[in-house]
Design a protein around this ligand. Sequence first.
Ligand SMILES: [Zn+2]
Length: 173
Amino acid sequence: MKRKDKILVLRIAGLSDGVHEYTVTVAPKAIGLSESFRQPFDVNIVLEKTRRQFVLHVTSLASGWFPCDRCLDETEVRVEVDFWLVFMTTGDQHAISSDDEDNKEVVLLPPNTHEIDIAEDVRQFIELAVPLRKICGEDNEGHPLCKSKVWEKWVGEPETADTRWDALKKLKL
Ligand SMILES: [Zn+2]
């Protein structure tokens, strides 16, 4: 997806060594998120620069709206991401092997790179962080918070002999 907006683009040319923090308010559409995401949300970035290496710790909390698995009503699902990105300008590749943070992906940048665009990374991590199970929520006793009448019938009349619901009950959604 092509984007015109330079959202989540960090300028690294001339950046001093050390820790730099950013908070960027992102419109979901601007980074290509699905239409389930409607509200702008903040992306927090802590960038630590050492020589040619840029270590980014990215955290964000976005809200998506999805049909509830139980009642099909649309419900808000909080999607939290917390990930690291490591960029390194070329010419310093020997340093990669000494990086013991093996779950960090290292992206090599050509020399004289002026900026890092992390919009696509943020989009992918958010889409991947959407939970498979999406429900309206549960109270302390595990009762669903669905407002739908379908669910009221299911919960409110557990002793009825309506066997049509038995299969559903076993699913433990
Ligand atoms: Zn529901």
